[in-house]
Design a protein around this ligand. Structure first.
Ligand code: SF4
Length: 530
């Protein structure tokens, strides 16, 4: 959005005004009276960027342009005035101007835990430590045995955020039970769903939380080495993760004999090469080993035989970034948010026909209505105007997920209730659609994606997704008849049942869920012809 240009313009303008500004400085050298311009991670409110957050005062300016900078320096920084024009206007509440994020519904209706630290300078480990960073790891290393670390994670109820929702502590416990003198922790940063960018923002904005989560996982299972596998399309995430590893090593929170103990842990950052299927854990392991990224049948599970045949834990970015807080503040506090079976918070990438697109974090159990209408600010038409009655559906969980309809607006979003309606949390993409959206074309879009990304190892996925795509083309282009829908459904079920890995097993979900809830729309396409 041009935020870095605004930052540079601000630095120049401050210099012109005779205000000393410090752009690059380590936190330990900072003085309260100095003026700093910090580069933060993503603050989530994409629709309103570039954002300029001014402290003290909790002022948040939105859609800041370079041309606004002289006025910001003169009026706000020098005279303490607030420029109304740059504040967020809450149209739903009498067009009131919101001064800071405490007043903005997009922020104040969220619960930002994993994303909270995305507002600090990600390149400065001391800012992270100043907010309690590495305290959880220190406790896990110095005060707890590996069994206790696993037990704390189990007690917290933390479930994997990569899609499956498997209990993280149990995964650690199984890997701890596999006896071996070498074990690994892998952070899965191969987020590839269209419309999802949560893990990217966490790696870019809060990289030390990911490293600390890996350290605690390593302590739990008895590993001394870890890999962060980041997709190559995220160059800034790769850069920030590498810099964070270097900084953590430089100040001694990563490396040998940590916190004076006999526990050592090293982290390597590795780039993926653009294959969606490498998000599947056995394919990811093959990719790290230098082989073609193709899934393998399980068992053996990575907990028994993973990277280089050694016991391995693979957790997703958001899961790992949730871990430090559990060990710093305790599992009880973690469990106090969310639902009984899905504790904690979840990040979602909110996109599509909604007024406030961006990255959000809410407790599990929050309703779709709260997300779409209050945090998201309402549904928009194709011209971008808010027309709340126009809500048609939300695609949740990307190409593996399903569709949620207006009848499900009050459904609490958690692992189990989503499963009960044929959808899944997945990675957390939320694409809002208005009534002008053709649901069959949406299903086709996701089918095209999975068909492209099928690795070709097994026939049901390789050929089945191709057939499903051809049938969807027939429906959209007017060549289908009534039997086409039956054939589409039958093929979808065969792909689901016969595919080897999660990609194939879940590829039919968007088609099956839209057929279930919007069958009349598919039939309308068929009827056009007959
Ligand atoms: Fe490859 Fe698809 Fe088979 Fe998975 S289900 S192994 S992606 S062909």
């Amino acid at each position: 959005n041009g935020s870095l240009d605004v930052r540079d313009a601000l630095a120049k303008e401050l210099e012109k005004a005779g205000i000393d500004v410090i752009l690059e400085v380590k936190a330990e050298d900072r003085k309260k009276e100095d003026t700093y311009i910090s580069k933060s991670g993503c603050q989530g409110f994409c629709q309103m960027g570039p954002l300029l957050h001014i402290e003290p005062g909790d002022i948040l300016y939105t859609k800041v342009k370079i041309a606004d900078v002289p006025e910001i320096v003169e009026r706000t920084l020098q005279r303490g005035e607030i420029i109304d024009r740059l504040l967020y206007v809450d149209h739903k509440n009498g067009n009131c101007h919101c001064k800071g994020d405490a007043e903005i519904p997009f922020y104040n209706r969220q619960k930002r835990v994993v994303l909270a630290n995305c507002r600090i300078e990600p390149g400065d480990v001391r800012e992270y430590i100043a907010r309690g960073g590495y305290f959880g790891a220190r406790k896990a290393v110095l005060e707890m045995k590996p069994e206790e670390v696993c037990q704390t994670a189990i007690e917290s109820g933390l479930r994997g955020r990569g899609g499956g929702g498997f209990p993280t502590g149990l995964k650690w416990k199984f890997t701890l039970a596999s006896k071996n003198d070498k074990k690994y922790v892998i952070c899965n940063g191969d987020e590839g769903d269209p419309g999802a960018f949560m893990d990217r923002s966490v790696m870019e904005g809060n990289p030390h939380a990911v490293i600390e989560g890996m350290m605690i996982a390593a302590r739990a299972i008895g590993a001394d080495e870890g890999y962060v596998y980041v997709r190559a399309e995220y160059p800034l995430a790769v850069e920030r993760m590498r810099a964070a590893v270097k900084d953590a090593e430089a100040i001694g929170v990563l490396g040998d004999n940590l916190f004076g103990s006999d526990f050592s842990f090293r982290v390597n950052v590795m780039e993926g090469a653009g294959a969606f299927v490498c998000g599947e854990e056995t394919a990811l392991i093959a990719s790290i080993e230098g082989k073609r990224g193709m899934p393998k049948p399980k068992p053996p599970f990575p907990a028994q035989s993973g990277l280089w045949g050694k016991p391995t834990v693979i957790n997703n970015v958001e899961t790992l970034a949730s871990v430090p807080g559990i060990f710093h503040k305790g599992p009880e506090q973690y469990k106090s948010v969310g639902t009984e079976k899905s504790p904690g918070t979840k990040t979602f990438a909110l996109t599509g026909h909604v007024a406030n697109t961006g990255l959000i974090e809410v407790p599990f159990g929050t309703t779709l209505r709260e997300i779409v209408y209050n945090i998201g600010g309402g549904v928009t038409n194709n011209a971008g105007e808010i027309t709340n009655e126009d809500f048609k559906a939300v695609q949740i969980g990307g190409p593996s997920g399903g569709c949620l309809t207006p009848e499900m607006l009050d459904l609490p979003l958690d692992f189990d209730s989503l499963k009960s309606v044929g959808a899944m949390v997945g990675s957390g993409g939320l694409v809002v659609m208005n009534k002008q959206t053709c649901i069959v074309k949406i299903a086709r879009f996701f089918m095209q994606f999975t068909q492209n990304e099928s690795c070709g190892k097994c026939v049901p996925c390789r050929e089945g997704t191709r057939q499903m795509l051809a049938l969807l083309d027939d429906i959209i282009e007017g060549r289908a008849d009534r039997h086409t829908l039956e054939l589409l459904e039958e093929t979808a079920k065969a792909v689901q049942l016969g595919s080897l890995c999660g990609l194939g097993k879940t590829a039919p979900n968007p088609v099956l869920s839209t057929l279930r809830y919007f069958r009349e729309e598919y039939e309308a396409h068929v009827l056009k012809k007959t």
